[in-house]
Design a binder for this molecule. Structure first.
Ligand SMILES: [Fe+2]
Length: 188
């Protein structure tokens, strides 16, 4: 039987208390997602294999819904901002919500039919991610980007599609400002 519970979320650190799980994604694991993978190697040679982002979950066994936080480090590879892997959900009928707690970023999305959208991630903005839209977050600020996500437990992740074809958009710095550009390497 499931029981109600209050879960504390720290909007600055992203700590979830109590949490049921967590994982850290190292920059090296994201190497081939960047426009310039050799620049990832150079970054790691200089700064080490940093924690690019951390995911902390509250996912009770047997629950239909779950939530958690993602804490993204600030940084760039060349002019491209630090990013998450990006994914579709395994189930095409499951959406998600991202509620930004602190930091600044962009949520890049595209649909199966090729529509592209960008949602600004800043404190207080709750992003609606409809079912069957690929989504990737990027940290465009100088501080950690912390957001709360929530979705159906059975939504699942399909990372393969984005890993194979890329996202349709990239978030880069242009003249000191974030800009979103078409990804010339997207495999249509
Ligand atoms: Fe998702």
């Amino acid at each position: 039987m499931l029981f109600p519970e209050g879960v504390a979320i720290d909007g600055v650190t992203g700590a979830v208390t109590p949490a049921t799980g967590r994982y850290v994604k190292k920059l090296s694991a994201l190497r081939d997602l960047y426009a310039a993978p050799p620049m990832v190697d150079a970054f790691i040679a200089e700064h080490g294999d940093v924690d690019a982002y951390e995911v902390i979950e509250y996912r009770p066994d047997g629950s239909d819904i779950c939530f958690g936080t993602t804490i993204m480090a600030p940084g760039k590879i060349g002019d491209e901002y630090f990013l998450t892997r990006g994914h579709y959900h395994a189930r095409a009928d499951r959406g998600e919500v991202y509620y930004t707690q602190s930091g600044e970023g962009l949520l890049l999305l595209h649909s199966r039919s090729g529509e592209v959208r960008v949602v600004e991630m800043r404190t207080g903005v709750c992003a609606f991610i409809p079912p069957d839209w690929a989504h990737r977050s990027v940290n465009t600020g100088g501080t950690p980007l912390v957001f709360v996500w929530t979705c159906a437990t059975d939504a699942g992740h399909d990372y393969g599609e984005v890993a194979a074809r890329g996202m349709r958009q990239r978030a880069v710095e242009r003249n000191g400002r974030p800009a979103v550009v078409a990804n010339p390497n997207y495999a249509d």
